[in-house]
Design a protein around this ligand. Structure first.
Ligand SMILES: Cc1cc2nc3c(=O)[nH]c(=O)nc-3n(C[C@H](O)[C@H](O)[C@H](O)COP(=O)(O)O)c2cc1C
Length: 155
């Protein structure tokens, strides 16, 4: 099984979670790699269409974990645009996670994961489980450990 952890991360929080997951998967002997989505312009005010310097191909992977920050109570526009541009996700196991600043509910995490879910559905895939990591939350470590443990159960 080949696993792709595909993340957009402007200030590396999301990337760090992806790395934690990659290490845990490799410890279990699974072939996992991280791919960074790199747009030409990562300014939050960027308007579509977004041009990508690195637009990871989803086709080599049996399982994909998409990770993105929350921007303005929604999925970061860069991730949203990336998901519109990818090829089919049919037959792949998909997970998603978002990182955000604020610990409280109603600050965009659920909505952002929902946006990933509907983008995945439009590519004929299904999201098995979604996670929210709140960066300023005391429970951040628990949230990351839970994400890693849940995904490890599926490999
Ligand atoms: C333009 C912008 C908008 C943001 N909007 C939100 C928000 O609505 N809710 C929230 O909890 N955090 C928000 N944040 C904080 C980021 O989601 C958080 O710091 C995230 O972990 C950054 O991920 P990254 O380091 O992978 O880029 C925002 C950050 C930026 C730059």
């Amino acid at each position: 099984m080949k696993i792709g952890i595909i993340v957009f991360s402007k200030t590396n929080n999301t990337f760090l979670v992806g790395e934690r997951l990659k290490i845990a998967l490799e410890e279990k002997g699974v072939d996992a790699e991280i791919q960074r989505i790199i747009p030409e312009n990562d300014d939050p005010g960027v308007k579509p269409p977004i041009v990508f310097i690195n637009k990871p191909d989803v086709s080599p992977y049996d399982m994909i974990i998409f990770g993105s920050p929350v921007w303005a109570f929604s999925l970061a526009i860069v991730m949203k645009e990336y998901l519109e541009q990818i090829s089919s996700l049919e037959g792949k196991t998909v997970f998603s996670f978002v990182t955000k600043q604020l610990p409280s509910k109603l600050t965009g995490g659920t909505k952002a994961n929902r946006e990933i879910k509907s983008a995945v559905v439009s590519k004929n895939g299904t999201v098995k489980k979604s996670f929210i990591i709140s960066w300023k939350n005391k429970k951040r470590e628990n949230e990351i450990s839970n994400l890693v443990a849940e995904i490890l159960k599926s490999v």
